[in-house]
Design a protein around this ligand. Structure first.
Ligand code: BGC
Length: 904
């Protein structure tokens, strides 16, 4: 009897069905190259407070076997575990290129067993480097010349295909084509890495593109981040229905030509495309490859890195934007306004005579006369040029570049263009937007919207700092604070896992030093500024939000080395170097003439920030050591943290004045955030901080990229969320609201509105490092906090702050366990809270009643009173307990949907 049948008797019929099956965070992924993939599922349950007590996973080589409830690769048996996220495969060795099928059943808190889920599958990529049979090929004439090659290979396929996969990497960027069609919908692929360390390859199911008879594979390459001699590697594996196979690999049997139509391509400068020089049919069977154009490729030197499957969300066109206006500030010049700063490019629709040259220049700003202002792009030319072939309506969009822009200035259009001659194409890593936040304050909604746009515009296979100028790098200092906002808004488990690999690729094997940017390119230094704690913060967030322990295991030693590196850069536990510190505070607080056009703080010592992060790392290391069961190291890090704390206070804290260093906001915020302030001095330090904000700066902050996050967290934590709210809703300089008042649709790099002058070298208008306030909206206003005791959303805290004029908040996260929602609404004399906790999770729901409400509040859930006369009255399914905590009545709840009503 199959296991399923054995269990039939105990099936509850309660509607327990595992669904949403993911392998390595993806639906039915191709190209898994870990021998131990991880599985996750969700369960839609009808009863509150339910959770998983056990599960059984079956993995099989065939769907038929799985249908019979046989796990011929892995039958986990009944595993007594609550884990439903990232359960690690531990069956027979998986083989490269094979497809496996899996399903799961679960037991719940009542001992009932579900039906098996519907089957899901995953397919392996290459488990060993030797399985890559193709050669890296290039074109001799590309050495040192900015251009784009095109490769072609014709082959005959005679039998019916059962399975066909193309594995490809093309550096910098590739476009794969088969029989005249682009394969898949990735753009700017593969993701950027240090190619000497790791090269990403992409797996495609190409059955839909192949046909019996003659077939052609074509590959176009662009420079991307690789430089001006692009090269590619490809393997096509075909299995026929009769069991035979055919394989095509990149080698000397291909032919290559210059893609003359792509005259120039560069990420920063743009693309020039001459449609007259296209080679129509070059990627179709029967095309004649003239020997003056086409020649065999040359075998290129491999880039050096190991081949790794690209398992994170590729860059795609995410959205189209119709311009809101087009104006003609001067004859022949048309400026389109998308109404939104985006990253991507424009699709041009035009008709005219062959040879007509349409120039599109991209910008974030315009001058008063209506023409574009590109002073902040530095050397990036950000210009796409299309030269018409003169054949009716022509539609063009570039392949191997992207821009950060709101405005497009079009010149050379053959007639007066209309609004629909241009479409904005939003291009970014296709990660899912998982967070939603809305409230009754429209300014906050606009700030949140700007934050989401800014984050989205800066996801291009790495988290970039900006999207417009000649930079677009993964700055670790910014990411130390930005990552939390990002994981509230987007699903970043996979992209961040990849980026942490990028950081680890920069690490000096002996010294342990990492670099300021990852991949390390163009700007930044080695060793990184000690504020680069994102190397630890990001894995920790991936662990907390996505239940990913593997990222901790994989990088623990590297993180440890970085902390040890800092440990060798200290004098009496004070880290002795800093470059950026609390970067880019308001100009009034900065060192003029410093690097970054006055972005170094004059009021917050860099060494204070560096040492604070040395401490923060020690705390994070201790937590990670604890998670990984390294108890000795956990203790060592706690004791290291203690010693740094003492030294920090010795050096920076004045016990007489109760002031840290210069007494700037950041000088107080950071030690408060870290928990460094001696208990007896805390109230005084908080008072200094609040006075500085409220009185000295009339409700404004003076913080830079790092402390502008921590200031919001600290004020909330110490019971002054009201002051944080003043900062959040401030509309005069410097503030997020000030940006909105100036028409910003994304966050700026500077608190100043810079459109020209000496600061423009560092004045991106699409910079996520101070979009961090978005996390505060989720945490403080929505009240959704992840609890370190229940990583992977196993435990959540809902603790909202009902502030000032706020009437309602609607806030939700689509998490690895399902929807978490915290909606609240105020009415005269009371408050309602609509809370959703996903299956297999639990939460502490804190109902804000205020001090005077502790005794007199009456709280109902649905129709039942659960709190009265200062006591928990009980008896409601899913709610385990109720107590008071500060100004909150706190309920322990299980999964489910709850409607709380609190009258005061
Ligand atoms: C980046 C910033 C970064 C800084 C550090 C800038 O060029 O855009 O985001 O924090 O460099 O120096």
């Amino acid at each position: 009897m199959s296991k399923q049948n054995e269990c039939m008797t105990c099936i509850s019929g309660g509607g327990l069905i595992p669904e949403g099956l993911l392998c390595e965070y993806a639906v039915d992924p191709l190209g898994i190259d870990t021998p131990f993939p991880r599985f996750s599922w969700k369960v839609k349950a009808h009863e509150r407070g339910d959770y998983q007590t056990a599960c059984q996973v079956l993995v099989s080589e065939s769907l038929d076997a799985l249908d019979e409830d046989t796990g011929d690769m892995w039958d986990s048996g009944r595993m007594e575990t609550r884990q439903s996220v990232n359960v690690t495969y531990s069956g027979k060795p998986l083989l490269s290129g094979r497809t496996y099928y899996w399903k799961v059943l679960v037991w719940n808190s009542k001992g009932e067993v579900s039906h098996y889920s519907k089957p899901a599958r995953f397919e392996m990529g290459f488990l060993s480097q030797d399985e890559w049979k193709g050669e890296w090929i290039t074109h001799s004439s590309f050495m040192g010349r900015p251009s784009s090659p095109m490769f072609r290979r014709e082959f005959i396929m005679e039998k019916e295909v059962a399975r066909a996969r193309a594995y490809i990497s093309g550096l910098g960027y590739y476009e794969l084509r088969i029989n005249g069609s682009k394969v898949g919908d990735h753009v700017l692929d593969p993701g950027w890495t240090d190619y000497t360390k790791r090269v990403l390859y992409v797996t495609y199911d190409v059955i839909p593109y192949l046909k019996q008879g003659a077939n052609v594979i074509g590959v176009m390459l662009g420079n991307g981040w690789f430089g001006s001699s692009p090269q590619m590697i490809l393997k096509l594996s075909i299995e026929f229905v009769d069991g035979t196979t055919q394989s095509i690999v990149s080698d000397k049997d291909w032919v290559v030509a210059t893609n003359d139509s792509i005259v120039e391509n560069s990420i920063y400068n743009g693309e020039t495309y001459d449609a007259r020089l296209e080679k129509p049919g070059w990627d179709m069977p029967g095309y004649e490859t003239k020997s003056d154009e086409w020649s065999p490729p040359i075998i290129a030197e491999p880039p050096g890195g190991i081949m790794v499957s690209q398992l994170f969300e590729p860059i795609k066109v995410a959205q189209d934007i119709t311009p809101i206006s087009v104006n003609s500030p001067r004859p022949g010049i048309y400026v389109y306004d998308l109404g939104q700063n985006i990253s991507g490019w424009a699709r041009l629709k035009v008709s005219g005579r062959a040879g007509t040259r349409v120039v599109m220049r991209f910008a974030e700003l315009i001058y008063e006369d209506g023409t574009i202002n590109r002073e902040n792009l530095r050397t990036a030319a950000a210009t796409d040029v299309y030269i018409l072939k003169g054949e009716g309506i022509e539609v063009y969009e570039p392949r191997f570049t992207y821009h950060g822009f709101r405005y497009i200035q079009v010149e050379g259009f053959p007639w007066e263009p209309s609004l629909d001659s241009i479409t904005g194409r939003v291009v970014r890593s296709s990660v899912e937007q998982t967070g939603k936040f809305r409230c009754s304050n429209e300014l906050i909604n606009k700030i949140q919207q700007n934050a989401v746009w800014t984050e989205a515009n800066n996801l291009h296979s790495i988290p970039t700092d900006c999207s417009q100028r000649d930079e677009r790098l993964g700055w670790l200092n910014d990411m130390t604070v930005r990552a939390e906002e990002a994981v509230y808004n987007f699903h970043l488990a996979r992209l961040y896992s990849k980026w942490v690999d990028d950081i680890s690729d920069t690490q000096g094997p002996k010294t342990g030093a990492i670099t300021d940017t990852a991949p390390f390119a163009r700007y930044g230094r080695r060793p990184a500024d000690p504020v680069a704690s994102s190397y630890l913060v990001v894995p920790w967030l991936v662990y907390l939000h996505y239940g990913d322990r593997r990222i901790l295991e994989k990088h623990y030693e590297g993180m440890k080395k970085w902390e040890a590196y800092l440990g060798r850069s200290v004098d009496d536990y004070i880290v002795n170097y800093s470059y950026y510190g609390d970067w880019s505070p308001p100009l009034t607080e900065s060192v003029r003439g410093s690097i970054g056009a006055g972005a170094v703080s004059a009021t917050t010592p860099g060494i204070l920030m560096s040492t604070g992060f040395y401490y923060y790392n020690a705390i994070l290391m201790s937590k990670m050591a604890g998670v990984l069961g390294k108890l000795e190291e956990e203790r060592e890090y706690i004791s290291l943290a203690e010693r740094i704390k003492e030294a920090f206070n010795r050096r920076f804290f004045n016990r007489e004045t109760n002031q840290y260093a210069t007494g700037s906001q950041s000088c107080h915020v950071f030690p408060l955030f870290l928990g460094l302030v001696p208990e007896e001095s805390k109230a005084a330090v908080i008072e200094h901080l609040v006075n500085d904000i409220v009185e000295k700066h009339n409700g404004h902050l003076t913080t830079g990229n790092l402390c502008s996050k921590y200031i919001m967290d600290v004020l909330t934590e110490v019971g002054r969320a009201d002051v944080a709210y003043v900062l959040a809703t401030q509309t005069t300089y410097p503030s997020w609201g000030y940006m909105v008042s100036k028409g910003a649709t994304t966050m700026w790099e500077r608190w100043e509105y810079v459109t020209g002058g000496w600061q423009t070298g560092m004045a991106s208008h699409d910079h996520p490092m101070i979009a961090t306030i978005s996390a505060w909206f989720y945490k403080a206003l929505g009240g959704i906090l992840v609890d370190e005791e229940g990583p992977g959303i196993g435990r959540i805290i809902i603790k909202t702050h009902i502030l000032e004029d706020l009437r309602f908040v609607e806030c939700s996260l689509n998490t690895v366990r399902g929807l978490v929602q915290s909606n609240w609404k105020r009415y005269d004399g009371g408050l309602t809270m609509d809370i959703v906790i996903p299956w297999n999770a639990s939460a502490r729901v804190c109902v804000p009643v205020g001090e005077e409400g502790l005794g007199k509040a009456i709280i109902k859930e649905g129709d039942r009173i659960i709190w009265k006369d200062g006591k928990y009255t009980g008896g409601v399914p899913g709610i385990m307990d109720g107590t008071t905590n500060g100004q909150y009545v706190t309920f322990e709840v299980g999964s489910g949907t709850y409607h709380f009503e609190c009258s005061l």
